[in-house]
Design a protein around this ligand. Structure first.
Ligand code: NAD
Ligand code: DAU
Length: 332
């Protein structure tokens, strides 16, 4: 039986990954999570106690990290400050968690020679023009725009250096925008779904032409599991499901699902430095490791996500008013 330490496993993608791993393997999972505003015990509440444990703690805590890493066969590192808007308002915790936290984990996996998989983002590559036929590949130069993406880019470079200089057994994946259950209401799709449940209008930044490349969170989990099992040490894999859509198109899809007019949204203050377009070429992962996404139909994925937010109001309702108050102060 393999033992896996999952950092940030009480967050959106981490909790979905833990559920995916427990369903598809015999692994025992320990989650290390600080339970910031973005983490929730409730996201892990239904998991079997015999195969799963939650340790509440900080990845910057070198003593705790050293002890936990030494007790596991592999580490999958999701923990991060993850929201661009927060990084513009208050970048300090992004440097602490995303850079110092990743450094702390790398020192522990180096000492104990433990397999490490680092979760990163397509935002490290900056953005593409709307009419550019190019997509990001593993060789696209790093060019991050926000404090969030700059700290994620720095964390990727730390991993690469620990591989080359110290022989750490690590892989990196850079994924596009995820959607699905358990995503915090600060993020684009859950914010608009919960606005619509409340009978309010979606809020679209700027002109809404910005494009994101959407992937269902369960497809991200499957890809990470594939890389954990079959990835070549030192390699980077891009994860994406050919899901490019403008923010206006996504909002139109949501409004239609609620029986509203597709243009019935408010345009609000744009994000500073707002990246125009992300697009992933995931052919390396598909060709070399045989991964393929399962959620081909965005409308069906969105319908089941809406259903989840309708059925799990007790999960998101406590965060909604504070999140909207925060956006209100920013004119968003
Ligand atoms: P999230 O904000 O929902 O969850 C982050 C989790 O990390 C939370 O549970 C939080 O409590 C925990 N955490 C934060 N600081 C910590 C610390 N110092 N010590 C321990 N735990 C801490 O984020 P998410 O959207 O699930 O993203 C997870 C990872 O995936 C991040 O590394 C992010 O950069 C990456 N990623 C996200 C997306 C996306 O679309 N959301 C896409 C690609 C990559
Ligand atoms: O690309 C991967 C990244 O995707 C991850 O690394 C990040 O952790 C994750 O948060 C996400 O970043 P984005 O900034 O793309 O996601 P967000 O949900 O914040 O916004 C998606 C798009 O929607 C973006 O163009 C901004 C816009 N937006 C967002 C919100 C919250 C709106 O128009 N209105 C909104 O209310």
């Amino acid at each position: 039986m393999r033992t896996v330490l999952v950092t940030g496993g009480a967050g959106f993608i981490g909790s979905n990954f833990v559920r995916h791993l427990l369903a598809h393997t015999d692994d025992h999972v320990t989650v290390l999570d600080k339970l910031t505003y973005a983490g929730s015990r409730q996201s892990l509440a239904d998991l079997p106690e015999t195969r799963f444990e939650l340790v509440v703690g900080d990845i910057v805590d070198a003593h705790l990290v050293d002890q936990l890493v030494g007790e596991h066969d592999a580490v999958v590192h999701f923990a991060a400050e993850s929201h661009n808007d927060n990084s513009l308002a208050s970048p300090r915790s992004f440097v602490d968690t995303n850079l110092v936290g990743t450094f702390t984990l790398l020192e522990a996996v180096r000492k104990h020679d433990v397999r490490f998989h680092h979760i990163s983002t397509d935002e490290v590559y900056g953005d593409l023009d709307l009419d550019d036929p190019a997509r990001f590949t593993e060789t696209t130069p790093y060019n991050p725009s926000s404090p969030y993406s700059a700290t994620k880019a720095g964390s990727d470079l730390l991993v690469a250096a620990w591989v080359r200089s110290f022989g750490v057994r690590a892989t990196i994946s850079n994924c596009s925008n995820n959607y699905g259950p358990f995503q915090h209401v600060e993020k684009f799709i859950p914010r608009q779904i919960t606005q619509l449940i409340d009978g309010l209008k979606p809020h679209v930044y700027g002109d809404g032409r910005n494009v994101r490349d959407w992937i269902h969170v369960d497809d991200h989990s499957g890809a990470v599991m594939t890389i954990l099992d079959k990835g070549v040490m030192g390699e980077t894999y891009l994860i994406g499901a050919d899901g490019e859509m403008s923010n206006r198109e996504v909002v139109a899809e949501l409004l239609t699902a609620f029986g509203r007019e597709p243009e019935d949204y408010e345009t609000v203050t744009d994000r500073a430095g707002h990246d125009l377009r992300y697009a992933i070429d995931s052919s390396k992962l598909r060709r070399e490791l045989g991964w393929a996404p399962k959620y081909a139909d965005f409308s069906a994925g969105i319908a089941s996500t809406i259903e989840w937010y309708r059925e799990n109001e007790s999960w998101w309702r406590p965060s909604k008013s504070a999140t909207e108050a925060m956006y209100g102060r920013q004119g968003k």
